[in-house]
Design a protein around this ligand. Structure first.
Ligand SMILES: NC(=O)c1ccc[n+]([C@@H]2O[C@H](COP(=O)([O-])OP(=O)(O)OC[C@H]3O[C@@H](n4cnc5c(N)ncnc54)[C@H](OP(=O)(O)O)[C@@H]3O)[C@@H](O)[C@H]2O)c1
Length: 266
């Protein structure tokens, strides 16, 4: 068995982002990666980057050390059933599916399997994912292999499995929340005079700058806000108007609503 082979089952939005991240990361050879989906033509273009593509999941997982399952939650257990006899003894199975627990997967794959859950986001495609990882008590070396893989597409943190739904909302849905915030900023920018392209450029770099400030200094966001808010100035007037209209409250309620939806669905 090749100790480094990676199979990515279900290369849709997230699976493809992971593959793209791996392609950009020069330490992982592309030819050890096999990507699958049923509509093969949609991933055929990956062959040009030396990624193996197939619509045969059993073939893809044979000899693979890491098997990433990136199909929709309602397909996960059927895919586990399909591949279980083709998995090698030392395969590390990593599911990205929202809401499907490790113990549910164990009922199909068996309790002796090395199973982890990973919650990356679509920024994996540009090497900037934050991936939350939980596991069923795996060997240190197995965890390190998975951690190393997800480090190639961003950064990762280890969490308890009962926080996986929260990780889904904050980290994965979070991409959509931030995008909607950015879209609103661009719309506001156009109303005050910028053309759409310039507004988008200003917003994109401003969000990146704000994020980098927090990452670099580790300060509370409010500390950075205080530096921008001159007494009686335009920033505090804008911020307070947003709060009067429920800005923070609506974000918090949206996050809680997403979390409730995951709980209700499972
Ligand atoms: N999108 C995100 O930001 C994100 C973030 C974190 C976690 N997740 C989780 O990641 C998983 C994938 O999400 P997604 O947004 O990438 O969904 P998606 O775009 O629908 O991708 C899933 C892919 O799985 C393929 N598929 C379905 N059944 C298959 C099978 N039996 N064998 C091989 N491929 C199969 C589908 O393509 P075919 O129909 O062509 O086979 C589809 O392209 C979900 O469980 C989701 O909860 C997503």
């Amino acid at each position: 068995m090749d100790d480094r082979k990676i199979a990515i089952i279900g290369c849709g939005n997230l699976g493809l982002s992971i593959v793209k991240g791996i392609i950009q990361h020069k330490d992982i050879p592309n030819n050890i990666v096999t990507a699958t989906r049923r509509s093969l033509p949609k991933i055929q273009h990956l062959s040009a980057s030396d990624i193996n593509v197939t619509d045969n999941n059993k073939k893809a997982v044979k000899d693979a050390r890491i098997v990433i399952l990136s199909v929709k939650p309602y397909n996960i257990l059927a895919v586990c059933e399909e591949i279980k006899d083709a998995l090698s003894k030392h395969a590390i199975i990593v599911s990205t599916a929202t809401g499907i627990t490790i113990s549910e997967m164990e009922t199909v794959l068996g309790k002796d399997r090395t199973i982890l859950r990973a919650m990356p986001n679509t920024a994996a495609g540009v090497g900037e994912s934050l991936t939350c990882i939980s596991d069923n008590g795996v060997e240190k070396e197995d965890y390190q292999i998975v951690e190393m893989l997800f480090s190639s597409i961003g950064t990762s943190i280890r969490i308890q499995e009962d926080l996986m739904d929260a990780a889904t909302v904050l980290g994965a849905c979070g991409i959509a929340f931030v995008m909607r915030f950015m879209r609103a900023m661009v719309q506001g920018g156009i109303q005050i005079g910028f053309d759409a392209r310039t507004a988008s450029e200003v917003v994109t770099q401003t969000v990146k700058g704000a994020s980098t400030l927090i990452a670099a200094h580790g300060n509370h966001p409010e500390f950075e806000i205080d530096k921008v808010t001159t007494p009686k100035g335009c920033t505090i007037v804008g911020l307070n108007e947003m709060e009067h209209n429920g800005f923070s409250s609506s974000l918090i309620r949206g996050i809680v609503a997403s979390h409730t939806k995951i709980e209700e669905d499972n």
